[in-house]
Design a protein around this ligand. Sequence first.
Ligand code: ADP
Ligand code: MG
Length: 379
Amino acid sequence: MIDFCTGGSCNVRKETKNRIRKPVRVYASILPILFLITCRFMHQLKAPVILAIESSCDETSAAVISNGKVLNNIVASQNVHQKYGGVVPELASRAHQQNIVSVVREAMQSACAQPADLSAIAFTRGPGLMGSLLVGVSFAKGMAMALQKPLIEVNHMQAHILAHFIDEPVPPFPFLCLTVSGGHTQIVLVRDFLDMQVIGQTQDDAVGEAFDKAAKLMGLPYPGGPLIDAYAKQGNPARFKFTETTMPGLDFSFSGIKTQFMYFLRDALKKDGNFINENRIDICASLQHHLVTMLLNRLKLASRQTGIKTIAIAGGVSANSGLRASLAEEASRHEWQIFIPEFQYCTDNAAMIAMTAHFKFLQQQFCALDALPLARMPV
Ligand code: ADP
Ligand code: MG
């Protein structure tokens, strides 16, 4: 470097220049580090925005959650199964393929979210129908790969329980949750958002399946649970009696009642061919009362055994008016604090997947791009 200074005064100027240059050089060298730290800090501060996809059975759903607040919950139900009296897996998976693009687009548009805004993409990994899960899992992975976003896998049964955290009031920990759907019947001890233990469950069919199969035997379309509920409101629950199958501990069995109900109808129809038409409301009320009693007997035992009096219900069957009413009665009898989800969050929906993904995002629980769907997935 050429130095034009020779005299004393010039030396002073040179020193001054050096005094200025040194800190500038130091700042310049730490600037990129500061920038990186700030970015990391800003990333943590930035409210997480997550797109969640649900496709475990016969509902294609997408939701966007921003900083723990669910912005929407788009659900496309599949009517194609109605005439078959149950979900046809192949048809369900095809319907998911037809619906998924428009459902995700609607969720993103109604949340005014751009792909770049997303902090992560979440999906239901299981449990569920393999073909149905595959559509949501593949779609989420494709999006994550294209957008270079992290992926979050969600357990559908955990999500049903965490639906209670979408809106106020939220249950305090620990609490017991009776999760009742078309595929599951469980009593879960919930210690924290992501710390749950199944303490009782069905050893065969789910209670939702018992509702649906009984409805099918009466000639009602799928899903029969809501229809039995509607007829039951007008009927006499004490008119017909059924015997309860008791299982050891906190477990359930609902396969026996299906057979019992089938023989009950067969014998009654032999005597009176018009039996179902003339007695539909009382049959529905009696069956519903029986199923709800089976659920509540185990729930009361679980509360006694654990000493926990904070009780929640979740899953499709938690929409049942008989279950809701009986739970409220038991609550006043046993001083339970009860939590019943909004109707839109009872059956399958992506809002609950988004809520669960939010808690997993806070713990930085991401999954790899090679995650496969799981037909069975423990809570
Ligand atoms: P899955 O996750 O197994 O697909 P969902 O959580 O979507 O099940 O719940 C669907 C089940 O809930 C069906 O068996 C349906 O009959 C039942 N269901 C929905 N509403 C009611 C109701 N009001 N009464 C009884 N069962 C109901
Ligand atoms: Mg479900």
